[in-house]
Design a protein around this ligand. Structure first.
Ligand SMILES: CC(C)(COP(=O)(O)OP(=O)(O)OC[C@H]1O[C@@H](n2cnc3c(N)ncnc32)[C@H](O)[C@@H]1OP(=O)(O)O)[C@@H](O)C(=O)NCCC(=O)NCCS
Length: 168
């Protein structure tokens, strides 16, 4: 089946919102144990749709969709231009916000193509670095990013502390 990559349109917003909710639920499942509570919020498709439509107008952000021949979405990627440097990266650079491919379209190179198209957008904006975060337990994500040439820059560590009952 032929899959075409292109910028998301307003008419994709409803389907994109449904895919985004699926992606967020999966990210919650893959979160390191005890972390990721923000990913476990209620699903409000209309709010997601409104957010997506708003973000489509933002020139510092791009959402690309992988469209099937039938017109449905096989997956999406969102990236944004970061304007502030940090210790390791000099701004501007592109940060990958989300990438998700529907289960039945996986292992056909859809995500690889989405990554390449986002990198091409970075290059069109004269940006030479793209960065991303991946959960330590997300093996498929890590495999994709290794395949696409990304290398680890840092390790993020956290420890759960006993809750402080009386902070006064
Ligand atoms: C990660 C994900 C986007 C990959 O999508 P995909 O379209 O199946 O990936 P591709 O077919 O383009 O894979 C490209 C390469 O990545 C690697 N790869 C991708 N998925 C893999 C898997 N499940 N196991 C091992 N390697 C994998 C392989 O090297 C693959 O090349 P190959 O098929 O020629 O061996 C998809 O599994 C997904 O949506 N996962 C849930 C969301 C997610 O984890 N997003 C990333 C977190 S930010």
């Amino acid at each position: 089946m032929k899959i075409v990559i292109g910028p998301a349109r307003k008419t994709d917003a409803e389907e994109l919102a449904a895919l985004f909710i699926k992606a967020r639920k999966l990210m919650y499942k893959l979160s390191p144990r005890g972390f990721g509570a923000a990913l476990n919020g209620p699903d409000v498709p209309d709010d997601e749709k409104r957010r997506i439509i708003g973000e489509l107008k933002d020139r510092n952000q791009l959402t690309l969709v992988a469209r099937t021949q039938a017109g449905g979405l096989a997956g999406f990627i969102t990236g944004c231009i970061e304007k502030y440097s940090d210790d390791l990266l000099t701004a501007p650079f592109v940060s990958l916000v989300y990438i998700y491919v529907e289960v039945k379209y996986r292992r056909r190179g859809v995500a690889r193509s989405l990554m390449q198209r986002l990198e091409a957008w970075a290059a069109e904006n004269k940006i030479s670095v793209m960065e991303l975060t991946v959960w330590s337990g997300n093996e498929q994500g890590q495999a994709l990013f290794r395949d696409s040439g990304y290398v680890p820059l840092q390790l993020r560590l956290a420890k759960k502390l006993p809750a402080c009952r009386d902070a006064t």
